[in-house]
Ligand binder design. Structure first.
Ligand SMILES: Nc1ncnc2c1ncn2[C@@H]1O[C@H](COP(=O)(O)OP(=O)(O)OP(=O)(O)O)[C@@H](O)[C@H]1O
Ligand SMILES: [Mg+2]
Length: 466
């Protein structure tokens, strides 16, 4: 489609010359002789580019046209035609949002070039915006599926802190969506158009992690044959996501702490401090409190990080989310593989609901992917799911106690249920016995009694990744 241009010019001769020139270039051109005329046309329809004389005789000026055009549609490109010697005004116009200007007198080539260049620039901007929207659809808030109260709390916190620069610590077992949350925080922040840089602290060796994070100067160590920019610098203006921060070496922790406190660091082998403007989001599946106690995680960093804490509950504690997640993954996978639409049979869904999901949402995603690949027909049945149940979880079918007499089988199963149920409740309440008892409608003394009977130990419920 040809670009639409609005030409605003009060001098008849220039009007004719310019509109002719632009039409010959294949553009669709409308002409306005006054600022007011231009307003009417801008109100009536969208233009890709407005080419306006700065001086328009009496009435509204080119500056007014510029303002109106940008107000109505900020993406409209505005190019000003300025009188000879009025560079100062041209600069004013650029400050007010004009994209470019051509001083009079101009020749045809100049106009052609300026218009072409300005349109090209918006085309790129538009493409970027579309890309961004795609990315947002993919990672955005909406894409974090959560239907029950467990995730509602997470969403509320997300909403409250996304727009701020507060440091956020995301915690949760593997596969619970920590990275997705970090992405959502970034996409919902004023930094969304700046970089989101993710660093997996567990994946980089201790020797390399500092150079990775802070960069290095040429000759800082053997093999450093050129200066290198670190991830903190790359994230300037945006968000850095320090994934698996619980695995970071103490020396590196000290340097990260300094960035959090002073927004400043030095490259490895460098002496001049580098200032950055980054928002820090960190994640870990580890129990940092234990790390602090054991001396492997700095207490001061711990407090700096947990300004805001987002705890992602394991999937087995929010089974209500399973159907929506399963449906989403089913659709995504069939679409990606170009398969016909499939549905999940009732029995299969019931099985998904029962599963313990030690690998959380990621495991569910993988399970559906596999099921889609393996199922030829339109319906995924229970037998198409390849789920291996860990023994000892609530809701099992008793297959592994089948050899015992009913009394023993029941006793064993009940015990197993009690153990798993109580541990889950204790974990949810961070081991606080009174709160746990209250939340499950049990008397505190009975809970304590049960804990003794089943020999539950605090390390069982503190363990986040069992
Ligand atoms: N609430 C959710 N809604 C939709 N998809 C989700 C949700 N949570 C997680 N996922 C998907 O599950 C997968 C795992 O999520 P993610 O990588 O964010 O987990 P993680 O906690 O960072 O895991 P790990 O600790 O293993 O790095 C991703 O593909 C992600 O898109
Ligand atoms: Mg992750």
């Amino acid at each position: 489609m040809n670009a639409r241009i609005l030409l605003v010019e009060d001098e008849k001769a220039i009007q004719l010359a310019l509109s002719g020139l632009l039409r010959r270039q294949g553009y669709e051109v409308e002409v306005a002789g006054t600022g007011e005329d231009a307003f009417g046309r801008l109100d009536a329809g969208a233009f890709d580019l407005v080419l306006t004389d700065l001086a328009l005789g009496r009435g509204a000026s080119g500056m007014d046209v510029l303002r109106r055009a940008k107000e109505l549609r900020p993406e409209t490109v505005v190019v000003m035609i300025t009188a000879h010697g009025s560079e100062r005004v041209a600069v004013e116009a650029m400050k007010a949002g004009a994209d470019d200007y051509v001083p009079k007198p101009f020749d045809n080539d100049e106009i052609r070039l300026v218009v072409h260049r300005a349109l090209e620039r918006t085309r790129l901007q538009r493409e970027n915006r579309l890309l961004l929207e795609q990315v947002q659809r993919q990672y955005g808030f909406e894409n974090l599926i959560g239907t029950g109260p467990a995730m509602r709390g997470v969403f509320e916190t997300l909403q409250k802190v996304a727009e701020t620069d507060l440091t956020v610590l995301v915690r949760g077992e593997s596969g619970t969506g920590k990275e997705l949350v970090a992405q959502a925080l970034h996409n919902r922040s004023p930094r969304r158009n700046r970089p989101f840089v993710a660093v997996n602290c567990a994946a980089i060796s201790a020797e390399l992690v500092e150079s990775e994070l802070f960069g290095h100067e040429k000759g800082a160590f053997t093999g450093a044959d050129a200066r290198r920019q670190g991830r903190f610098e790359a994230a300037d203006g945006g968000t850095i996501f320090l994934d698996e921060i619980g695995d970071m070496a103490p020396e590196t922790q000290a340097k990260v702490l300094r960035v959090l406190q002073e927004r400043c660091f030095e490259r490895v082998g460098g002496t001049s401090p580098i200032q950055v403007d980054v928002r820090v989001v960190a994640a870990t599946h580890r129990n940092l409190e234990e790390g602090v106690e054991a001396g492997s995680f700095r207490k001061d960093l711990y407090y700096r990080l947990k300004v805001v804490e987002i705890d992602l509950p394991p999937l087995r504690e929010r089974r209500e989310d399973v159907p929506a997640l399963a449906q989403r993954f089913l659709e995504a996978v069939t679409e990606r593989l170009g398969r016909d639409k499939k549905r999940i049979a009732e029995a299969a869904m019931a099985r998904l609901m029962r599963h313990d999901w030690p690998g959380n949402v990621r495991e569910l995603q993988n399970a559906l992917e596999q099921a889609v690949v393996l199922t030829a027909g339109p319906e995924i049945g229970e037998s198409d799911l390849n789920l291996t149940e860990k023994p000892g979880v609530a809701g099992d079918d008793g297959a592994d106690v089948a050899g015992l007499g009913f009394g023993d089988a029941k006793k064993r199963t009940v015990e197993r249920f009690e153990r798993s149920y109580l541990l889950t409740a204790l974990r949810r309440n961070r081991g606080n016995i009174s709160r746990t008892a209250e939340s499950i409608g049990m008397v505190r003394q009975s809970l304590q009694q049960k804990i003794r009977e089943l020999d539950l130990r605090s390390e069982d419920w503190n363990k986040r990744d069992s």
